[in-house]
Structure formats: C-alpha cells, structure tokens
Write a protein that binds this ligand. Structure first.
Ligand SMILES: Cc1ncc(COP(=O)(O)O)c(C=O)c1O
Length: 443
C-alpha cells in the first residue's frame, strides 16, 4: 500500500492566491461550515469513533482507499480545523495537534530519531523540555547534546552522522534569550539536518519561524495560543521544505517501507508532508497522546483573539520592564524589548522588536526577598504557567526548574533570585500597582 489519503497528513496545497493576514486566518482558516447543521462556529465533535456506511466503507477506510474519520485517537474533525488554522498561520503544509506541548516535542523527535541517534539542542529551554532531553531521551537511547544558543561553533561541532535534528526555543522560557534562527538554520542545513523551533513564546504573530529557516515548528497551545488557562494542548507544524528524500541515509524511517503501516514509504506517499504524516500514523497512533475535541475547541476560541492579545502583552511587558528597571529594589531586569538587553538586536531581527510577555528580574535580598515578593502579590496569580490573559508570577528555581542542579540552572539561564513574570492583558496601571506593593512588602 503506497497511498495515504492527504486527509491523514492534512496536506495543504499552496495556492498562488494572496494569503490572508494572520488576524483573518486565526478566525476563518480551516472551517467552511458544517454541512450537516450549518453551524457558524466549529462544532465540538465529542465522539470517540465514526460510523461506517457499510462494511465496504469500513474496509476502504482501513485500507486508506478513501478519506474519512475512523477514531479520535488519530484524528477528529474539531482537531482538524485547529490543525488547518495553525498550518496556514505558520505557513506550513500540515500540522498535528496533540495532548500537550510536551507530547508535541516528544513526537517531533521520536518521528526522526531512534536508539543510537542524537539531537543537538540549545541549553536555554523550558525546564520540562530540558528534563526530557537531559534525562528521558538518553535512557531511551537518544543522546541529546547541549550548547548555548549563541555558541554556534559548539552547536555545529556536536552535529555528526547520527544527528537527526537541531532544536531550539525561538525565545527561551524563562531566560528570555532570543535565538538567531537564521544562523541555526544555516548550521543545521549545512549538515543535512532539520531545525525544530519551539515557537511558543513569540507565537506566529511575532516570529514567522519558517520564513527564517526553521523546518518544523512546535507550540505549547496551553500558553498564548489558548490564552485563557483552560486547556492543555500542543502542535507540530511541518514547513514541508526539508528534503527528507535527499538525506535518505539519515532518515530511513521516512524513506524506507514502514512495516507498521502497510509498507508505506512516506516520502513517496506524502511528498512534502512525509514528516507530519508519519508523526500522526506512528508516534500518535501508537502511543496515543491525542488532544481532546473539547480542548481543541477551547484553544480555537483563544486563537481567534491571539493577535490582539499579543499586542497588549508586548505593550504591557515593555512598560513593566521599564518600570522595574527604574525601581531601587530591583537588581536586574531581563527583557529583550529593553534597549540595553543583550538580546535587543536579535529581537529586532527575529521578532520584529517585540519581545512577548515574559520577563524576569532579580530582587534585592535574593531568594528570600523573591519568596516574600511572590507571597505578597494580590492580583498577579502565583502559578507556573505562562501566556495566560491574566498576569502570572513564579520563582523558577523552586518550581519549574527545581529538578535542575546548580550547574544545570546556570546553563538553562536560571538564577536563584530570578522572579519570572508572565505579563497579562489587564490595565498596565493595575499590574504595576500590584508589583509595587509586593516589592514594598519584600523591602
Ligand atoms: C516554551 C515551552 N515549550 C513547551 C512547554 C510544554 O508545554 P505543555 O505544558 O503544554 O506540555 C512549555 C510549558 O511551559 C513551554 O514554556
């Protein structure tokens, strides 16, 4: 069997038409109305399974001779709309939504790497990603080699014949470092390796990672895209640009018959959507971290207003960063939107000068004062998430990054006195007032 319906890969044909703008795609892409009910909003297809017209139809679906839904672990129409919308917003050929950002990262690597392979990653990562790379993948036989995001020579030196991907976060969480995706893509491509970018913090509104050279984009949909702290989800989006067939020795799983899927050769059956198709029919189908239809629906409600929210997140974060910088109790502020930030120049190149809503600062009095500050907050929520419409605060060294030792903390860009703020879309005066009273309480 050489044929997989495009439906399974959600293959998007690029047209010559002028593409709509992101704000419009966020509202309309992927949904032409429900033929059965004419529902204006994407329905929640809250069903495990889909019926067959008759036994022949069922057989044809299983043989992949006709397109259609079978079972929600593999695909669901609500999920399909979200996938199409995100594909068009990032400018790719296909997407796969899964149960969490971590599942997306895991599958994005497992689709390419197996025992004996390695990936190369920047070290400034979200703590969960760092743990997956530093501790879980190595126990499964996939080695992960780290280097600082701006140590290009070290990143390149780590790449060898067994390297399957170069991985980075476009803006690191919580370090706030902006990564030069253009340079990393050049390094990866020199060696026939794809660049995978976790674009969670800037979102496509601030960073069009494919245009900068990325081959695969990941998002935790839990953050800005969902935006309201209701639902966990993740997505893998494929640019369709990486030539897997040209590097057949490095990527046998995409270029040789797959016995687990009717002997299909993904590059032959799906062309530019080979990678994202395999993500669905191998890691997702066989290990099952499917997104629930309800979560896909809720994330779509958030996605509709992403553009407006990102504008306000950036404006508010800029104002708060400038305020903190002037505050006598504040030792340092890390926010790429500040003109004296070491990442300011890259921020202009990679994210159009906008640094998203995450900033961190060190409070005079170190760890103890940091804890007092967090405890004194009255409106800003004490929790470990980011990207919510509401402002959030946390102390990474005792929460998200608490499993990391002192050296790992340094390499992840996390200081012990660091307070991380995820600035929401409340009125900025109220955010600053809460920060000021909490700083006073910690004096
Ligand atoms: C940059 C980044 N990537 C991935 C994740 C993991 O996402 P999830 O919590 O949806 O699994 C997070 C979570 O904080 C994150 O900040």
């Amino acid at each position: 069997m050489k044929h997989i319906p495009q439906r399974l890969a959600l293959f998007t044909k690029k047209t010559e038409e002028t593409p709509m703008k992101l704000e419009t795609l966020a509202l309309h892409a992927g949904y032409d109305g429900d033929p059965a009910t004419h529902a204006a909003t994407t329905p929640i297809y809250q069903t495990t399974s889909f019926t067959f017209d008759d036994t022949q139809h069922g057989a044809d679906l299983f043989d992949l001779k006709v397109a259609g839904n079978i079972y929600t672990r593999i695909m669901n129409p609500t999920q399909a709309v979200l996938e199409q919308r995100l594909t068009e917003m990032e400018g790719g050929v296909g997407a796969l939504c899964v149960a969490s950002g971590m599942a997306a990262i895991t599958y994005s690597i497992q689709c390419l790497a197996s025992v004996g392979c390695n990936i190369v990653s920047t070290s400034q990562l979200y703590g969960g990603s760092y743990n997956l790379f530093a501790h879980t993948f190595p126990r499964q036989g996939i080695d992960v080699r780290f280097a600082s995001h701006d140590d290009y020579a070290a990143l390149e030196a780590h790449i060898d014949d067994n390297t399957r991907a170069l991985f980075c976060e476009s803006i690191g969480n919580p370090a706030g470092n902006v990564v030069d995706i253009v340079t990393l893509a050049e390094i990866a491509h020199r060696h026939g390796v794809p660049l995978i970018v976790d674009n969670t913090v800037p979102t496509p509104f601030l960073c069009k990672a494919f245009e900068l050279g990325a081959d695969i984009v990941i998002h935790s949909l839990t953050k800005y895209i969902g935006g309201h702290g209701t639902s966990i989800g993740g997505v893998i989006i494929d640019s369709g640009k990486f030539d897997w067939a040209a590097h057949a020795a490095r990527f046998p799983m995409l270029n040789e018959p797959d016995p687990s899927y009717h002997g299909v050769v993904y590059t032959e059956a799906l062309g530019p959507a080979a990678y994202i198709g395999r993500c669905r029919v191998v890691p997702l189908r066989n290990t099952g971290a499917a997104i629930s239809p309800l979560n896909a629906f809720l994330i779509m409600q958030g996605l509709e207003t992403l553009g407006l929210r990102m504008e306000r997140h950036c404006e508010n974060a800029q104002r708060v960063a400038e305020h903190l910088q002037r505050h006598p109790q504040v030792e340092w502020v890390s926010y790429a939107g500040l003109s004296d930030s070491p990442y300011h120049t890259l921020c202009k190149k990679i994210t159009g000068g906008k640094a998203s809503g995450i900033l961190s600062f060190g409070i005079r009095g170190g760890k103890a004062a940091g804890a007092q500050f967090i405890d004194a907050l009255q409106m800003i929520l004490r929790l470990v998430n980011i990207g919510d419409a509401k402002s959030l605060a946390c102390h990474p060294a005792t929460t998200t990054h608490r499993q990391l030792g002192p050296e790992e903390l340094v390499s992840a860009g996390v200081r012990e006195d660091m307070v991380r703020l995820s600035i929401g879309i409340e009125h900025v005066d109220d955010i600053i007032a809460d920060i000021d009273q909490a700083l006073a309480a910690a004096a």
